[in-house]
Design a protein around this ligand. Structure first.
Ligand SMILES: [Zn+2]
Length: 260
């Protein structure tokens, strides 16, 4: 029988999918060769949902954090999230999604930068304290700022998901051993293809960021972890590395990074 290469979706928001979509994805995982989903959280309720999903299906690997592209949480919510992390450290895979608000800042909505920084520092501190990887939303100008924070902790495992940034920062991140992941937009976004050209495969992962939807050949389709296969094909072409090696390396990277 033909065997599919195994894959891991290194960044998905499974809790945001509708229940019937969640069932569809989980039901198709085995047949689509998807071994695990790193399901990140946007806020407290989202984290509770991800923990619940993971209790129901052990292939779901939950991360707990507060997504920066939304209004600031109350002090109470931050405290509850940090307590949730403490109380569920054995069930959770990583701290995330955390970072700084780039898009909301562009729209003039997130001017309280210092407050977002303070929250990010607390989550990074928690990740260091519990020796967990951290999943970061830090793009463009925010990436060097987040590098400054991370460099205070030499042993931290950092994953910059759907990374976009300048060449100097890309070099700095690679030197620090940070991981980046790419989404299916690699098919049609030159920026993503360029990142793949520049970044070492040894420090890369693949993700969907689902249910975020994609364009081009994915237009109108529900974002499904099997879209990652197309990303891996593109990566192999861009890097001129045999497809099988790219599959193996990405799997190994993700499985090592998240301990799954
Ligand atoms: Zn995300």
């Amino acid at each position: 029988m033909f065997m599919l290469e195994r894959i891991i979706d290194a960044h998905i928001h499974l809790d945001i999918y509708k229940p019937d979509e969640q069932s569809l994805i989980l039901g198709e995982m085995e047949a689509s060769g998807v071994d695990a989903l790193i399901s990140v959280s946007n806020h407290l309720l989202s984290a509770q949902k991800n923990l619940q999903l993971a209790r129901y299906d052990s292939r779901i690997k939950p991360a707990i954090g507060f997504h920066p592209e939304q209004p600031l949480p109350s002090d109470e919510e931050v405290a509850d999230l940090l307590a949730l992390i403490d109380n569920h450290q054995d069930e959770m895979t990583a701290v995330g999604e955390v970072g700084l608000p780039y898009y909301s800042r562009q729209e003039g909505k997130a001017d309280k930068r210092e407050a977002y920084m303070a929250i990010l520092r607390m989550f990074i501190q928690k990740a260091v304290e519990l020796d967990k990887p951290v999943v970061l939303h830090a793009i463009y100008d925010d990436a060097p700022v987040v590098c400054d924070l991370l460099e205070k902790h030499s042993s931290i495992k950092a994953h910059f998901h759907w990374f976009k940034g300048d060449a100097r920062t890309v070099e700095r991140m690679a030197r620090n051993g940070y991981f980046v992941s790419v989404t299916p937009d690699i098919v049609y976004k030159e920026k993503t293809r360029k990142l793949v050209r520049q970044y070492p495969l040894e420090k890369m992962m693949v993700e969907t960021d689902g249910p975020w939807s994609f364009e081009g050949i994915f237009d109108g389709k529900m974002t499904h972890p099997d879209m990652i296969r197309r990303s891996i094909y593109e990566m192999a072409m861009i890097k001129r590395i045999p497809l099988q090696l790219v599959y193996d390396r990405l799997y190994e990277n993700t499985s090592w990074f998240y301990g799954v």
